[in-house]
Write a protein of this length. Sequence first.
Length: 270
Amino acid sequence: MLEAIHRNTRVVVDLSIVKQNIKKQLAKLSPSQELYAVVKANAYGHGMIPVAKAAVEAGATGFCVANVDEGLGLREAGFTQPILILGLSRVEDAALLAENNITASVDSVTWLKEAAQYLNDTPLKVHIAVDSGMGRIGVVNVEELAAVEDVLQDGPFEFEGIFTHFATADESDTTQLTKQIEKFSRLVEELSVKPAHVHYSNSAYALWHGAGDSAIVRYGIGIYGINPSNGDLALKDEAALTPALRWETEMVKVKKLEAGDTVSYGATYT
């Protein structure tokens, strides 16, 4: 990518605001709850490493990323906190994840059995993903959950957590959200062994519904001061989010036009 250095246009990320947004959310959590900073996609374009550093300084105790490369990037930068990959990983990367103490999301017996062939002495930490209504990754019923749990108990794995992701936590109509909560709760109750981390709260859920009893709050877009509701819901606390990114530039010309003069292609403006 060509870096533009001869322009008076820049994007500025204020890391003090990143910290402020995290601290405001942490203040609403119980002492037993943790906040994991979601820094996938280069921290939503804000810069993964500097944002991760600011997040830890503000009190975040772990990270969520989208893929193996992002997790390794954090480890290579010296971060020792827990890292959860929210997407599915390649089975051939199982040993790499275990060796770097990076937690995988899992949702099938097939994946676990294939991954086990790559693992050695270091067990792979895993969280079971539950599809409660998002329609993406995750077990969808009790039978699938039980089968996955059975393999975890006998294989080279450390069953750390179980989680789901809500599709409509940022909408005024809570019908779908309620269905997802109920389904996730039912499946968790079917576990023979409850893991340390049962979590479901993302930014939207935390902002409008509180964190509930979610062991981890996966705080993503809220870190960056963006309202995820896209105008459907106003924030209960308008001070809860402050945008951390700003775009700065300078005007190159101020021009006086006469009434009826046209501007731009197609004479779009008059």
